[in-house]
Write a protein that binds this ligand. Structure first.
Ligand SMILES: Nc1ncnc2c1ncn2[C@@H]1O[C@H](COP(=O)(O)OP(=O)(O)O)[C@@H](O)[C@H]1O
Ligand SMILES: [Mg+2]
Length: 310
């Protein structure tokens, strides 16, 4: 359904550039939940932003394609992208971000979204979706955002993201800034929505329990490079890439959260000038001389490591 090919993105910073995504190739199959994990700063939000056409103005797409049903999204104009953003793919960001307009009721904002896109049965859809995220439509429709708790606002946002029946829902740390009980409640709701609708999801989260619960596949990002892609059971039972091993081993089991910085040893790569070899070489416990010379490719086995490819 969605296929990213060889995507490289820099940010212009002062007179220089930072290389944020480097030759990212990743598939997001229909009806599947793909979790995107990696430390803070690894480029996850840049990747979701690229898919949605929401990159910062100092971002430079060096090369690559983002194919939606075979069509390159990077070639689309803003208007086409705006339509894509609601009808084909929609997004829920961190709870902390003020996604709601404080001066309009939740109902007004949900219906505006329908009107903007020529949907006539807005009220019926809104009622059904609010119920699906376990909110009482009677109470919520007339409420202003500040009258709701953070968890309720976030659930209403999930309902809004589903208004135009997209095929893909992108969730970029959707429960950050919420308390633990609310987080797990929201993941329950997302699991239920996925079961009922078969909607594909891209799930960016640090919550490993949520990954185990919701995801079919996991993609691991390190410094803007996809180092491993695997089925969710595989990645927990048998992480292959040394970075995935460090990342999962340094978190307190499947019920814990991913650490913000999994690797304390070695230097992080300099993103002003990517190293010639493996991006993880400077911190890898298994680094060999060859690893400093040539960057491993993800390849058929979906693990970018010289020591793991046959
Ligand atoms: N507009 C920007 N200009 C310059 N650097 C940025 C910009 N946005 C993000 N970054 C940097 O790019 C890196 C990747 O950021 P991001 O994609 O947000 O990572 P993640 O979502 O995995 O935490 C980080 O080092 C971040 O500080
Ligand atoms: Mg992010």
């Amino acid at each position: 359904m969605l296929k990213i090919e060889q995507l490289s993105i820099d940010y212009r910073v002062g007179p220089g550039r930072l290389s944020i995504l480097h030759n990212v190739s990743l598939d997001f199959p229909a009806a599947q939940v793909t979790a995107l994990i990696g430390e803070s700063g690894s480029g996850k939000t840049t990747l979701t932003g690229a898919i949605l056409g929401l990159l910062a103005s100092n971002a430079v797409v060096l090369h690559g394609q983002i194919l939606w049903a075979g069509d390159n999204l990077l070639g689309r104009n803003q208007e086409a992208l705006r339509d894509f953003r609601w009808r084909q793919a929609s997004v829920v960001f961190q709870a902390a971000q003020g996604a709601w307009n404080p001066t309009l009721t939740i109902g007004q904002q949900m219906l505006d979204c329908c009107l903007d896109h020529g949907v006539s049965d807005g009220p019926a859809r809104m009622e059904k979706l609010l119920t699906q995220v376990r909110l009482d439509p009677v109470r919520i429709v007339g409420a202003y955002p500040h009258q709701l708790s953070g968890g309720m606002r976030q659930r209403a946002l999930i309902a809004m993201a589903l208004m135009l029946q997209p095929e893909l829902l992108i969730l970029d740390e959707p429960t950050t800034a919420l308390d633990l009980i609310t987080q797990s409640y929201i993941f329950d709701i997302l699991a239920e929505i996925h079961q009922q609708t078969d909607i594909a999801m891209v799930l960016v989260t640090h919550d490993l329990a949520a990954v185990a619960r919701l995801a079919d596949r996991v993609a691991v990002l390190y410094a803007g490079t996809v180092v491993e892609v695997a089925e969710v059971d595989e990645v927990f039972a048998n992480p292959r890439h040394p970075y995935t091993q460090v990342l999962l081993n340094s978190s307190p089991g499947i019920h814990g959260a991913l650490p913000t910085a999994a690797v304390s040893e070695g230097k992080p790569p300099d993103l002003r000038q990517r190293p010639a070899g493996c991006i993880f070489a400077s911190r890898c416990p298994e680094c060999q001389p060859d690893c400093l010379v040539q960057a491993p490719l993800l390849g058929e086995e979906q693990v970018a490591c010289h020591l793991r490819c046959s």
